[in-house]
Design a protein around this ligand. Structure first.
Ligand SMILES: [Zn+2]
Length: 196
């Protein structure tokens, strides 16, 4: 395959990047000096070599520890577990500074092609729920059709482990079809406070 097409195909797989943007990235790179390209290659390798996923919540971090800074923090409330789709949602929620529990990154949502949840960390979630000492599981997935059907699956998985554990969902108020990642802090904060 020719180099331009090959790289454009790779960029085209990035989240939110369509074929047109992918081609722009390639032409941008073609016009960069060799040092810039080497720097980029080095950063990509460093990322893969240095970053690992937290053994509890799957939050990516850079350290020799097994657990991320949130999971290691003794002042976090270890009885609250917030299930989210992806890393960016964790950052949005942390930015509100209103949530003090732990997280679990599910790693995606159901899609039209993947409807059985095999692309999600449901098994790991069940293990966390079984081993943890949680009082409440907060399901904080996007208010999109995919997010909603994933919530049902998550709820079912949690109930398989415990029938009595409190399960809550974020309150209405997040823009319909919108994503947590793009919600402003105030909206996200009130969605959290009004969870039920
Ligand atoms: Zn963690």
């Amino acid at each position: 395959m020719d180099s331009i097409k090959k790289l454009a195909d790779l960029f085209g797989k990035f989240p939110t990047v369509g074929q047109r943007t992918a081609s722009r990235f390639v032409f941008y790179l073609i016009n960069q000096p060799k040092e810039k390209i080497d720097e980029l290659i080095g950063s990509l390798q460093e990322l893969k070599n240095n970053i690992k996923l937290c053994r509890f919540c799957f939050n990516p971090f850079e350290s020799n520890e097994a657990f991320c800074i949130i999971c290691q923090n003794a002042s976090r409330n270890k009885q609250l577990l917030c299930v989210i789709e992806k890393e960016a949602d964790l950052i949005s929620i942390e930015n509100t500074k209103k949530y003090n529990g732990l997280y679990f990154i599910l790693g995606g949502t159901l899609t039209l092609r993947k409807t059985d949840g095999s692309n999600l960390r449901l098994q790991a979630l069940k293990e966390r729920v079984k081993e943890g000492n949680f009082l409440e599981i907060i399901i904080a997935l996007n208010p999109t059709p995919e997010g909603r059907s994933t919530s049902v699956l998550v709820e079912r998985a949690v109930k398989e482990i415990s029938q009595t554990l409190k399960i809550t969902h974020l309150a209405q108020g997040l823009p319909v079809g919108g994503e947590l990642e793009y919600a402003d802090e105030e909206t996200l904060e009130s969605a959290f406070e009004g969870r039920k």
